[in-house]
Design a protein around this ligand. Structure first.
Ligand SMILES: [Zn+2]
Length: 104
């Protein structure tokens, strides 16, 4: 991810220019296109995604939202409140954190 100190407001203000320019400084999924917060690499079954976002032609925010926004949209669209399971996808590389916060 790029500069972690950017505010969501700054990200959203800059996002359109990045998109027009072909994402020269960011990966398009580094940030949520709805709230401007940092985004992780994640996925969910397409039926759940489409339940939250509508059919693919209807996807707002370039179809890129963070997990928190996805859950909010899913609840609003379906009326269902659920607990979500977050698990690492394979291959998963464990990165140990040493005392003092340094990664190995
Ligand atoms: Zn978001």
């Amino acid at each position: 991810m790029s500069d972690p100190m950017r505010t969501p407001e700054d990200v959203l203000a800059t996002m359109a220019a990045q998109r027009v320019a072909g994402w020269p400084d960011w990966h398009p999924e580094d940030y949520c296109h709805r709230c401007g917060g940092r985004n992780a690499s994640w996925c969910v079954d397409s039926d759940r995604f489409n339940a939250a976002m509508g059919q693919p032609a209807e996807h707002r925010w370039n179809g890129i939202v963070c997990p928190g926004c996805f859950v909010e949209l899913h609840e609003a669209a379906t009326g269902l409140t659920a607990s979500w399971r977050l698990v690492p996808d394979t291959p998963f590389r464990h990165t140990a954190v040493r005392r003092g916060g340094n990664r190995e």
